[in-house]
Design a binder for this molecule. Structure first.
Ligand code: DAK
Length: 263
């Protein structure tokens, strides 16, 4: 891998997009390497991922404008598909993914963060969909995910106006869950990831699936999605141990067998 580093600490995997000379812009190779990295994640042991950018200035400054500038229509479509496939893989990845946004998150950078389950950022983060200024539409899901996350009116304002917003505004409109001083961002991401990783893995995966799949259908169908995933948790070791330990009132065992630290 030239542009991606992947490190595992306990049950948390950290994927870093490492192309700081281009502010971690996404070219075809970076997309390919993210794809391969996701394929290599050991889902037996890793329970939560963090996605971040190298350096202290940029998370991802967008799709690579140099590479895109010479694309034909067919190549543009293929590039868009590659990005969309990787972003969708992130979005539907079996375990939660936290975006730790350490600076610019523009265009494809904002879009890849929106494919993650949870976004937190540093105080110097800047978000935006500046594509209309480049003569294109957001092509990696921005027109679809931004309105779902921050609401239609705000998303249209950001996308039509190509206006960038800073971390405090991103927090205010619900694009990120929290803002931290830069040096506190990764520790906060790791703490959150470890909290998630300490919970029953089958249940956490089922929650992700239920939320994602339920949002795509009407409430009647969504409730059925939840019922099925709820049912799938029963007879699992996690469910037996989790409930058994609660009923036994065995604090020690509760922490030892199923470390529900947050419950
Ligand atoms: N692509 C390629 N290189 C980039 C880049 C990008 N998006 N952003 C920055 N760089 C490179 C710069 O060219 C520069 O390289 P050198 O000149 O040093 O070789 C280096 O990173 C440092 O950048 P600056 O010198 O510009 O740094 P500043 O601090 O002055 O400015 C900046 C930082 C982030 C404000 C500025 O670099 C900037 O405005 N960058 C472009 C941001 C942007 O417009 N991003 C959106 C890109 S469009 C689609 C698929 C996908 C997409 C669309 C359609 N389909 C095919 C359907 C997605 C589109 C986008 O993401």
């Amino acid at each position: 891998m030239e542009f991606i580093t992947y490190e595992v600490e306990g049950a948390v995997g950290v994927i870093t997009i490492n192309r700081p000379k281009a502010l971690n812009a996404l070219n075809s190779q970076v997309l390919e390497e993210i794809d391969k990295t996701l394929d290599s994640v050991d889902l037996e042991t890793v329970r939560c991922l963090i996605l971040t950018g190298a350096g202290d200035k940029s998370f991802v400054a967008g799709a690579d404008i140099g590479e895109m500038s010479t694309l034909t229509k067919a190549e543009g479509e293929a590039f868009g598909k590659k990005g969309n496939d990787v972003f969708r893989k992130l979005e539907t990845f079996p375990i939660p993914v936290i975006a730790a946004i350490n600076g610019f998150a523009l265009g494809g950078g904002c879009e890849i963060s929106m494919s993650c389950d949870i976004r937190i950022c540093s105080e110097n983060a800047v978000f935006g969909q500046p594509e209309v200024g480049l003569g294109i539409t957001p092509g990696f899901g921005g027109t679809q995910r931004l309105p779902r996350i921050i609401g239609v009116g705000k998303a249209k304002e950001m996308i039509y106006g190509g206006r960038n917003i800073k971390a405090d505004e991103a927090y205010r409109i619900g694009l990120v869950n929290n803002v931290y001083p830069l040096e506190e961002l990764m520790p906060a991401a790791k703490k959150l990831a470890s909290t998630i990783a300490a919970n029953a893995p089958i249940a956490v995966r089922a929650c992700k699936k239920a939320i994602n799949e339920g949002l795509d259908v009407d409430m009647d169908a969504a409730i059925v999605v939840e019922e099925k995933l709820f049912g799938s948790c029963f007879e699992t070791e996690d469910q037996k141990a989790g409930m058994g330990n609660f009923l036994e009132k065995d604090k020690e065992k509760k922490l030892k067998v199923v470390p529900f630290q947050n419950k």
